[in-house]
Design a binder for this molecule. Sequence first.
Ligand code: C5P
Length: 235
Amino acid sequence: MGKDVIIACDFESRERTLDFLAQFSACDGCKPFVKIGMELFYAAGPDIVRELKDRGHRVFLDLKLHDIPNTVKKTMRVLSGLGADLCNLHAAGTRAMMEAALEGLTRPDGTRPLLIAVTQLTSTDQAALEQDLWIRAPMEEVILHYAENARAAGLDGVVCSPLEAGKVHGRCGTEFLTVTPGVRFAGGELGDQKRVTTPARARELGSDYIVVGRPITAAPDPVAAYQACVEEFAG
Ligand code: C5P
């Protein structure tokens, strides 16, 4: 898998998403890899995955599953049937849950979407880790431990900050994917993101995929912003 930019389609409806993506039809050869998160999935329903696949997009289905192994396995079977290319879950659901998820994702012909695990949300800081989650260890150690668990369960990678991508590769191997949100152009608006890097820095740090939302979706010219992002990260 080469380096690529994934656009976070954090929109409230199918119509808004299709209008946004229609702008890319003017761009020769642009078929962005897109991320469907909870907002769009719950608003538009599972058909949005099939529709974007039919239009030729690769789809990261960012639903962050976390439940008992049997429930996650059966849900992953449904998501796999929609044709998603990449799915995810919370590593906190345990190794048994991650193994069950892989089983559920595997189609009768042996193919399956890639599966990655959220280690710790980037909105969780050290204080919340200790006081709310009652985990008494440094954040970085927790993230690397969760990443190792995901690798041991047979997963393909993790969602993490670009700042952690190199360490995850060091611990879990260079083939283990790091999919990283928290990317901003130099001088761009941070919004609610705290620990951010530019696409160029994310590339240097070893991210395999960057997930970019508002710097592209809220840009005056989203296609130009996407192309600039691809050029900086993967060019
Ligand atoms: O607009 P922005 O570029 O901040 O969008 C980042 C996307 O990545 C959002 O869809 C957000 O939900 C997602 N994400 C994140 N941090 C995580 C996991 C997912 O920002 N730890």
